[in-house]
Design a protein around this ligand. Structure first.
Ligand code: 13P
Ligand code: ZN
Length: 275
């Protein structure tokens, strides 16, 4: 069953746990992530990112999401991640994503508000929830700048845009960190949670450290996005061993992605969720 993200994220926000958001890039990854959710008996957020368009088109991702999502034994949020093109985001909402992210976080505040507000207006007519980002979560490997989200800015952004959830920058970055674990700003998370009533989202969850992510969930983050750890575990399976058949390799990769996904349910204490 496909659901929108509002209800489950609000419960996570109130009760100090988070839902995992898993990016998928093919049928193997979506099946593995869904299998993890079914083992846990918990809802899952399955996401296609616009930047993965060259690997898997939006049409293909949407069809995979609908196919597996509608057959799932758990509620599935089908999410369009990091949509930087507002028209593509609207297209996705219209054609079946139950949740979308409009990412204009690279724009100036006023432009981010204007672009987000327009997408929110369109999507709310369709019953699709909208996530947006204020502050900027950079890329670890590119030394991309990460700007911490200011409380005042977040309050104004939510008020102006009526967005349903907010991605905030609290110390994580996309991808693998060059060294060690990032330093997360838990005080900032708590202040943001107190100041705004929509769920907070943490991007760049991979390799941020289990203790960090657990504390982030307890401090007020309701959704944590994971991609790189899932892709890398599949890559390592292929690099570390040789396989006699293609099917053996695929089975091992699928199993590794599932194990990693189940692990993050535990780290985020998603089992606190009650239907
Ligand atoms: P990672 O690849 O660092 O896990 O980030 C995932 C993400 O933020 C997807 O939106
Ligand atoms: Zn992200």
């Amino acid at each position: 069953m496909l659901i929108s993200s509002n209800e489950i994220l609000q419960e996570a926000r109130k009760n100090g746990f988070a839902f995992p958001h898993f990016n998928y890039w093919d049928d193997l990854s979506i099946k593995a992530e869904l299998a993890a959710a079914e083992v846990k008996g918990l809802p899952v957020i399955l996401a296609w990112a616009q930047k993965h368009g060259p690997q898997i088109s939006i049409e293909e991702a949407l069809n995979l999401g609908k196919f597996y999502g509608s057959r799932a034994k758990v509620p599935v949020v089908l999410h369009l991640d990091h949509g930087t093109d507002p028209e593509l985001v609207k297209w996705g909402a219209f054609h079946g994503f139950s949740s979308v992210m409009i990412d204009a976080s690279n724009e100036k505040f006023n432009d981010n508000v204007r672009i987000t507000r327009d997408v929110v207006k369109y999507c709310h007519h369709l019953g699709v929830t909208v996530e947006a980002e204020v502050g900027h979560v950079g890329t670890a490997s590119a030394d991309d700048s990460t700007t911490y989200t200011e409380v005042k800015t977040a309050v104004e952004f939510v008020k102006e845009t009526k967005v349903d959830s907010l991605a905030v920058s609290i110390g994580t970055s996309h991808g693998v960190y060059k060294k060690g674990r990032p330093k997360l700003n838990f005080e900032r998370i708590k202040k943001l949670k107190e100041a705004i009533n929509v769920p907070l989202v943490c991007h760049g969850g991979s390799s941020s450290g289990n203790a960090n992510l657990n504390e982030a969930a307890k401090s007020g983050i309701a959704k944590i996005n994971i991609y790189t750890d899932l892709a890398n575990t599949a890559l390592h399976v292929a690099q570390k061993m040789t396989y006699d058949t293609e099917f053996e390799l695929l089975k091992a990769q699928r199993s590794a992605i599932q194990v990693m996904s189940e692990h993050y349910y535990d780290v985020f204490e998603t089992a606190k969720y009650s239907y």
